[in-house]
Design a protein around this ligand. Structure first.
Ligand code: OXD
Length: 306
């Protein structure tokens, strides 16, 4: 069995060594133009050329959570695209989002500023009932985040394309319930896949529906949020702040106004990193299942876009 690996920004040597150790019978190599035909490809943001040349693949594994970059390519009809399901990402996402919500709710940034000013002063406790959190996207990551927030007794709303029932979460579904979901939320957390339907979803009109003093957390893709509309709502005071991990252009250009905005906290697309050994174990188990002719979880529906 032959496996090719390609990534724009992961540690190639570590991945190839890890895959080779987990697949001693296979030949694992870095993909390059003209390399021998492989049975499986393990990739992150591959070039079109890889797909054009590797016509005999039995499946292609995406080593990140989102498949939007992959689905922009011309994919051979019928090629199974398999994404990671969880592989240690959902707990990281839950940590990141709970940290951002709690940092805002408990005003920890202000307490840190007070500490630097040697100031001993209390802020009035706020009621978490006034901080309903809405999670946009209830896939593996969104469900874990929603459950984690509910553990802290925040009222949690969830929104997904198709209806879901999740204990302790008020679930909304479809376009018809999006406005009700946004109006019920003060904090909105974006965990949606990026598709033609979800691009620019958080625009001026939808952000206006959040409760006054709203807060935006984007850990999905930069293109879900209309940058200028977010800035306008932060500047008007309708929104109290935003924590952003993802951007339309990454790395975020130094001239972008998000960098210096007093109400924005940002991180460099790090909310849930691909964990190499967990991911390799999952990919290798799925390859073995495919070899046995079994169906595997995490197959991407290329028409839906996730
Ligand atoms: C992603 C990832 O899809 O980092 O954004 O896995």
């Amino acid at each position: 069995m032959r496996v090719v690996y390609y990534s724009v920004d992961q540690d190639e040597a570590g991945w190839i060594a890890g895959l080779q150790a987990a697949l001693p019978q296979a030949q694992v190599t870095l993909w390059h133009s003209g390399c021998a035909p492989a049975d499986y490809a393990v990739v992150w943001k591959p070039p079109q050329q890889l797909l054009d040349e590797q016509r005999g693949l039995r499946a292609l594994f995406n080593t990140g959570a989102g498949v939007d970059a992959l689905l922009k390519l011309h994919l051979p009809a019928g090629l199974p695209i398999i994404r990671l399901d969880d592989a240690g990402m959902s707990v990281q996402m839950a940590e990141y989002v709970c940290h951002a919500v709690i940092r805002h709710f408990r005003e920890f940034a202000a307490y840190e500023a007070d500490m630097h000013a040697l100031k001993w002063s209390f802020r009035k406790p706020r009621s978490r009932l006034d901080f309903p959190v809405g999670v946009l996207g209830l896939g593996v990551l969104g469900q874990r985040v929603a459950r984690a927030l509910a553990q802290f007794d925040f009222p949690v709303h969830g929104w997904s394309r198709t209806a879901k029932v999740l204990p302790g979460i008020t679930c909304h579904a479809g376009d018809a319930q999006l406005d009700a979901f946004l109006s019920a939320s003060r904090v909105v957390v974006c965990l949606l896949p990026l598709t033609a339907q979800t691009e620019n979803l958080l625009d001026a009109q939808r952000l206006a529906r959040l409760r006054p003093g709203g807060y935006v957390i984007n850990v999905a893709r930069g293109a879900h949020v209309v940058d200028a509309d977010l800035l306008a709502h932060l500047d008007s005071g309708h929104l109290a702040g935003a924590t952003l991990d993802v951007f339309r252009v990454e790395p975020l250009p130094q001239s972008h106004p998000f960098w210096n905005h007093p109400k924005i906290t940002l991180t460099p697309h790090t909310s849930a990193r691909t964990l190499r050994s967990e991911s390799i174990a999952q990919i290798v188990a799925k390859m073995a299942a495919i070899e046995r002719g079994e169906a595997v979880a995490g197959r991407v529906d290329t028409d839906q876009g996730y």
